[in-house]
Design a protein around this ligand. Structure first.
Ligand code: ADP
Ligand code: MG
Length: 699
């Protein structure tokens, strides 16, 4: 492979010697497609083969290189036949044991021969032994000891360590000769100096071949400056791609939506409450954005119950009073329905025409909904991701509001964006998250958005008391529910997911409902789960809201958006199955009124250390921002954003837990680079780090 430029190293692996399509396919499983990907495929651990350990200094469970002479070799007939070869150096004797061996191998181990081997020492039946060591025989063929630690790379089925090492070595050799051509260092030296980080070349070479005295602990914790150097560049590139996305989104003008002083005052007047200070501030921020020609791209964060819905309503109303349509998208049918009910209550008195669309809207109803939308009759469309479908055409879409609940990723936002672009104007976008997300994550996942935070709960809320109990105390809990029913309190009983199976979850809920009906015959008990049709679900929710149902047994379908202020007790069965964000979200269904509320977490022992930690966080904090930070620390970013499957923000090297400190700095550097608008550098960085994420840039 000629080595002229960066470009060449972006070529597929098959350009390398000895790499055919089938081997390339195996590397593909490790997300290695291009030659440069190999450079970024870092070892996950190292072996120290740089020195020989005298046999007398060996101890069990430690790997070591030893060198000596063979003194005997025989087949041992124990429980399992094995070959035992004993070797001796100046300090002692050790056995090498092979359970799988060939006669040829046996014959190789002639007494008197020199041997060097590497393996983990263990206590065997003849004293210290090494099982199946790697070895080299004979004076002449024993090579010099390596000067650096031996890298062990993440591997995959059918791809041996040896194979990977060989291919990586090929690339490394070329890289050493020609580093700046292969991988130009785009980070200004000044920045590396400022953060005391090594150059790209030094960082990569160090991590592939660290010196014997490398601080392996530091590397294991991903805190080595060389790792930070790479993580930093990756985070910068990621930020740059989001800045690019933002720039491109903002490039298409949107309709300026000014305060028409017509419907909004009426809406605010008829509301049963006045906006909190935080709501007013966030609404001002949004309102200001909307008057601009550049489309608004804003994220609204607020704890469960902080009142994001009314903000969405105000934003939608602003579009509508300017003669544009608004769309609100929720992640689940039940939440979309809740929104539809709330918005109908609020907006129908103002003569605004709302319409509903979900995946389950079929036939005539769907046809009608689409026609009304296209003709402009419908002013506000509410629904699930069905709003994304191709045949959903707006007449004049002014704003799209996404109630995100950690379920939509970057991809879905993009599709939506493309849709609005098909019109003459692009539209404003408001993203709302159900629960707060940690700052570092927000930057990485929503870096293209401006951020508004509702950091205040409406007045008159009493914090929920959370109690953690083992399920051996179920009887007591049921007794408590009985009392609550007698006192006209309303209760949720939530059954959690079993093995991702909705069917099993529903069965569990049915079983609990039956049990509770027997135990508390006087109570009005209803059951709601995801397998009911929307009409039934809506009816049950309406009855619960109206106080006709005392106890609602539910699956996690009620996780989001359900609002029944009189409900003051929630029992969650097997809370250990849920993540913190989800538990917090569920708990947010109570504590919505002035009565003191309780959340009973009825766990099934024994708890893992992590579950224990999670339930402790729940007991100790009611603050969604705290819960989110803890969730990040406990579970990592993928789980938290729900993007683990889609890999939306899967980093190669950066780790949002270990490199939190770098994120903010990376953003600053990205902003500087972006402001300088050196597009060749920006493009090269994005291509280097986000080859599959190029779609960010293309929209
Ligand atoms: P979330 O932020 O979780 O979406 P909601 O918008 O559903 O919260 O609001 C939770 C509840 O608080 C709703 O019943 C809503 O009507 C009420 N609410 C919102 N803002 C205020 C306020 N400023 N004063 C009193 N109640 C409010
Ligand atoms: Mg909400």
């Amino acid at each position: 492979m000629p080595l002229s430029a960066d470009e060449n190293f972006s070529q597929p692996l098959t350009k390398l010697k000895g790499v055919g399509p089938s081997l390339a396919e195996k590397f593909g499983r490790l997300h290695i497609h291009r030659c440069i990907d190999l450079l970024f495929h870092l070892p996950h651990r190292y072996e120290d083969r740089t020195r020989i350990t005298p046999i007398a200094h060996l101890f069990p469970h430690h790997p070591a290189v030893i060198q000596g002479k063979i003194i005997s070799c025989e087949v041992a007939l124990g429980r399992k036949r094995s070959l035992l070869c004993r070797i001796k150096d100046n300090s002692g004797i050790i056995g090498l044991r092979f359970y799988y061996f060939t006669t040829a191998q046996k014959n190789q181990f002639a007494p008197g021969k020199d041997i060097r081997c590497y393996g983990e020492v263990r206590q065997g039946s003849t004293g210290l032994e090494i099982y199946h060591p790697e070895y080299e025989l004979g004076e002449n063929s024993i090579q010099a000891l390596p000067q650096t630690l031996t890298p062990i790379y993440p591997a995959t089925e059918g791809l041996t360590q040896q194979r990977i090492t060989k291919v990586v070595a090929q690339v490394l050799t070329q890289f050493k000769q020609n580093a700046t051509l292969i991988l130009p260092d785009y980070l200004p030296t000044k920045i590396c100096q400022q953060y005391q980080l090594p150059s790209l070349k030094d960082a990569l070479l160090y991590l592939h071949e660290p010196p014997p005295d490398a601080k392996l602990d530091q590397i294991a914790e991903k805190q080595h400056p060389c790792q930070q150097r790479l993580a930093f560049e990756e985070l910068i590139s990621h930020s740059l791609s989001l800045l690019n996305l933002r720039q491109q989104l903002r490039h298409h003008p949107a309709p300026p939506l000014c305060d028409q002083v017509s419907v909004t005052p009426k809406f605010l007047q008829q509301l049963a409450f006045t906006l909190t200070g935080a709501q007013q501030r966030v609404w001002r921020e949004i309102s200001q954005d909307l008057t601009q020609e550049a489309p608004m791209l804003r994220l609204v964060q607020g704890d469960v119950g902080s009142g994001k819905t009314v903000i969405a309503a105000l934003a939608a109303l602003r579009a509508i009073e300017n003669g544009y349509q608004a769309a609100i998208m929720a992640p689940t049918e039940i939440l979309a329905e809740q929104h539809f009910i709330t918005f109908s209550d609020w907006l129908e008195p103002l003569n605004i025409k709302l319409s509903w669309l979900s995946g389950k809207t079929k036939g005539k109803a769907r046809q009608q909904a689409l026609e009304n939308l296209k003709s402009g009759d419908t002013q506000l469309l509410i629904g699930t991701h069905a709003l994304f479908q191709d045949d959903v055409i707006f007449s004049k879409l002014g704003i799209i509001i996404i109630d995100e609940q950690h379920r939509f990723g970057v991809h879905q936002r993009l599709t939506l964006k493309q849709k609005s672009e098909s019109g003459a104007l692009s539209c404003h976008q408001l993203v709302m998250t159900a629960t707060p997300i940690p700052r570092s994550l927000a930057m990485c996942a929503y870096g293209e958005l401006d951020n508004s935070i509702i950091d205040e709960l409406p007045p008159g809320r009493t914090p929920v008391k959370t109690i953690v109990l083992p399920d051996s105390r179920r009887e007591e809990v049921i007794e408590r529910i009985r009392q609550a029913c007698t006192n006209k309190k309303q209760i949720y009983w939530v059954c959690t997911l079993i093995e991702e199976s909705e069917q099993l979850q529903c069965q569990a809920a049915e079983k609990s409902a039956e049990e509770l009906m027997l135990a508390i015959p006087n109570a009005n008990i209803a059951l709601i789960h995801g397998r009911l049709n929307s009409q039934d679900k809506a009816n049950i929710m309406a009855r619960f809201k109206a106080g006709e149902v005392d106890l609602l047994v539910a699956t996690t379908v009620i996780e989001v958006g359900v609002n029944v202020p009189n409900a003051s007790l929630m029992v969650i069965e097997n809370p250990e199955r849920l993540g913190l964000a989800q538990l917090h979200q569920l708990r947010g269904r109570v504590g919505r009124g002035a009565i003191e509320s309780f959340c009973l977490l009825l766990y099934h022992p024994p708890l893992s250390a992590q579950s224990k930690a999670r339930l402790k966080v729940m007991r100790e904090s009611n603050d969604g921002f705290v819960v989110a930070e803890e969730d990040l620390a406990l579970r990592g970013p993928g789980e938290l954003l729900g993007t683990r499957q889609t890999g939306d923000i899967a980093f190669r090297i950066a780790d949002l837990q270990c490199h939190v400190d770098l994120i903010e700095h990376a953003q600053l550097v990205a902003n500087t680079l972006h402001a300088k608008a050196d597009e060749s550098v920006i493009d090269a960085l994005i291509k280097r780090w986000l080859p599959q994420g190029e779609q960010y840039a293309q929209v």
